[in-house]
Design a protein around this ligand. Structure first.
Ligand SMILES: [Zn+2]
Length: 346
């Protein structure tokens, strides 16, 4: 296949005046890290793989449930039945969509110990997560390493997005200095979320990604964009004047407090799930065969290469090879830690 034929699939995109063949070649050579492969993440991954990014690292800690299918566009009922982690299931779909893109699924919880490694070789970092802790970690890492990133968030019928070019535009902490206190912001449990608003916000993020990766910085949005699809509102909030005007701990004083562990937790209650993630990191991968044998006295245990499931004390446990577990049927972090210690150990 000649180089020209390999570009055929992108012909409509290259015909667009803002991209052209040169822009397409830049896209094909680009490396993107996408944090989170849920609602925003699946729309972002789909758009970027079809557009022809070179390498997409897809990071997600979770597995797929039926209630995800309303908005997480890359997944289907077979993925739920197969108990697949989101990153793995998404990578399989994406490879069938465009086999020339190198998709790298990473099933892990993003935290201060691994974020720098996960983004250091990326040209761009994308926020497809649903929590502020990871966003502030991305912000710290991106500002520290001087990498562009695109923030996005949705709840109910509204969402917002902002592009951060370190040193050139305000960072996330210039605009939102601290994460909302627990219970202060709505959650997907209390407010729900509509599929269409997720698609719109992620599509805006994907467009910003394409502008950055093709070198069209002149076209990048310098505003915080807020929209509500139910209330029919669209607002552009001018944040550019904040750069250098606010005393930002991150991009101003270069104090990376989230990376340093001054904020954040390890064991977290999962939004809308009546579940807790116990992030006990194991240095060696868990031996599922052995763990299953030990747990069989409590009831039925099932496992595959990616996760192990069992039920005990009325709680459903999902354990990952790196030692993490998601425990359903409680939102009490201490109770979840105790259950973990009782059944999984360490
Ligand atoms: Zn800042």
């Amino acid at each position: 296949m000649s180089a020209d034929t390999s570009l055929d699939r992108y012909s409509r995109q290259m015909r667009f005046y803002g991209i052209g063949e040169e822009g397409q070649r830049r896209l094909l050579a680009s490396h993107v890290t996408l944090c989170g492969c849920g609602a925003l993440g699946t729309v972002l991954a789909n758009a970027l793989v079809r557009a022809g990014v070179g390498h997409l690292r897809l990071i997600d800690r979770d597995f797929i449930e039926t209630s995800n299918l309303q908005r997480q566009v890359l997944f289907d009922e077979h993925d739920v039945a197969e108990n697949l982690p989101k990153a793995e299931a998404a990578a399989r779909k994406l490879s069938a969509i465009n086999s020339s893109v190198h998709v790298e699924p990473v099933v892990t919880d993003i935290d201060r110990t691994n974020i720098l490694d996960l983004v250091k070789d990326a040209d761009l970092v994308l926020d497809g997560t649903d929590n502020f802790e990871v966003r502030y970690l991305i912000n710290d890492a991106a500002v520290k390493l001087g990498k562009p990133w695109v923030y996005g968030g949705c709840i109910g019928s509204h969402g917002q997005t902002m592009t951060i070019l370190p040193g050139e535009t305000p960072c996330l902490r210039c605009v939102f200095e601290a994460a909302p206190a627990p219970g202060e912001a709505g959650t997907c449990e209390t407010a729900g979320v509509l599929g269409p608003v997720v698609n719109i916000i992620a599509s805006l993020q994907a467009t910003e990604a394409i502008k950055i990766l093709t070198g069209r910085r002149d076209a990048i949005s310098r505003d915080l964009v807020y929209l509500d699809v139910w209330e029919n509102t669209y607002r552009r909030i001018k944040v550019a004047p904040l750069l250098g005007k606010v005393d930002c701990p991150c991009c101003g004083r270069r104090r990376f407090e989230w990376l340093e562990g001054k904020h954040g937790t390890h064991t977290t209650s999962l939004c809308g799930r009546n579940a807790v993630q116990v992030a006990h990191r194991s240095a060696t991968r868990l031996n599922f065969e052995e763990l299953a044998r030990h747990l069989q006295v409590h009831g039925e245990v099932s496992y595959n290469r990616f996760l192990l499931k069992f039920t005990a004390d009325g709680h459903e446990f999902t354990v990952f090879p790196d030692g993490r577990a998601i425990i359903k049927g409680t939102s009490d972090v201490d109770r979840a830690r105790a259950l973990y210690a009782k059944y999984v150990g360490h």
